[in-house]
Design a protein around this ligand. Structure first.
Ligand code: BGC
Length: 321
């Protein structure tokens, strides 16, 4: 088995992000808040614990993030049966998805790192030998830019995301009372198995309306595990603000959906709701739903997407741009 390793990138402001080769995961993100170092990404205290992690902590998930109904896709008239790992459905790329793979180091600089992972033709049913790449870059103004890409030899299904659990209060503290804004007028309705029905419904007058900032309380109504149809891309898809209001996280991406998951299924080593995931993605099951935006990854059309997590400290900048 390959060795599990970690790599540090840092910026001139002193922010530090630690990444591991197992699942290309973000395992720590330290930032200075009024003179104190705060780690804002949940993680284990030893690297070895990541090998048994059931929660996708910090991982790049895929080949297709979120759920695929019956773990089945049709590509060019042919049906492909993928690995099912949530009943009959597939979640986050199946049991041997990218979060469970050892990635190779391609390049490391002071402020950036690139990792790659190759999956063989037929890996867990996905067609086409495919190379996946992630570049993490930490800018001097506190933005973690994640460039995701994939090149394939056959037409295939790719839809990657990043799965850190954020706790802007600092991971040792409760995550209650974060303030959340989601720039979404619509969400994709799901059935009891979390598979989209195909309906795209307004968030207005529902518990999914976060267009104005809302405090995440202990009320079950604030347990969210939902894909949002985010408004066009010139603004942040979501803004999370720490309970003490000293730190903001602005999420932007060129992907059309945002899974917001308030971490209520965490248990054991972590408490329920100790961290919040903000995962830009294609809508769940979109390869099987023709009205949902989705494009196959082909030899001619590689996959490419960008996710930016930007830290803003109100004393320096409180605008959303
Ligand atoms: C999903 C949750 C799932 C979690 C697994 C999230 O992206 O939306 O339903 O439980 O990942 O850690």
């Amino acid at each position: 088995m390959s060795d599990i390793r970690s790599f540090l990138i840092s910026n001139k402001a002193g922010d530090e992000v630690c990444i591991t080769n197992f699942g290309a995961r973000i395992i720590q993100w330290y930032t200075d808040v009024n003179g104190e170092e705060r780690n804002i990404v949940l993680g284990y205290s030893s690297l070895a614990e990541y090998l048994d992690d059931p929660f996708y902590h910090g991982a790049i998930v895929g080949p297709f993030a979120n759920r695929i109904e019956n773990a089945r896709v049709e590509i060019d008239g042919q049906t492909y049966q993928l690995d099912a790992n949530e009943g009959l459905n597939q979640l986050h790329g199946g049991r041997h998805g990218l979060s469970q793979q050892f990635w190779q180091l391609e390049d490391q600089q002071a402020q950036s790192i690139t990792l790659s992972c190759q999956l063989a033709d037929g890996h867990d049913g996905y067609p086409g030998a495919t190379s996946f790449f992630v570049e993490y870059q930490l800018t001097d103004d506190g933005e973690l830019q994640i460039q995701l890409s994939a090149e394939t030899e056959k037409n295939t299904v790719v839809g990657l995301t990043s799965h850190p659990y954020f706790n802007l209060a600092g991971v040792e503290n409760a995550a209650d009372n974060h303030l959340l804004t989601i720039n979404a007028e619509y969400y994709t309705e799901v059935d009891s198995k979390m598979i989209p029905t195909g309906a795209i419904l307004p968030t207005k007058d529902t518990r999914f309306d976060f267009q104005k900032p809302r405090i995440l309380t202990h009320d079950p109504r604030d347990e969210v595990d939902q894909n949002f149809v985010v408004n066009p891309r010139n603004k942040s898809q979501a803004i999370l603000i720490s309970p003490d209001k000293q730190l903001q996280l602005h999420v932007s991406s060129d992907l059309p959906g945002l899974q917001v998951y308030t971490g209520h299924h965490l248990f054991g080593r972590f408490s329920a709701k100790q961290g919040i995931c903000l995962e830009p993605q294609y809508f769940p099951n979109s390869p099987n739903l023709k009205d949902f935006p989705f494009a196959l990854t082909t030899p001619e059309q590689p996959f490419s997407a960008k996710i930016c997590y930007r830290l803003v400290k109100p004393q320096t900048d409180i605008t959303d741009n």
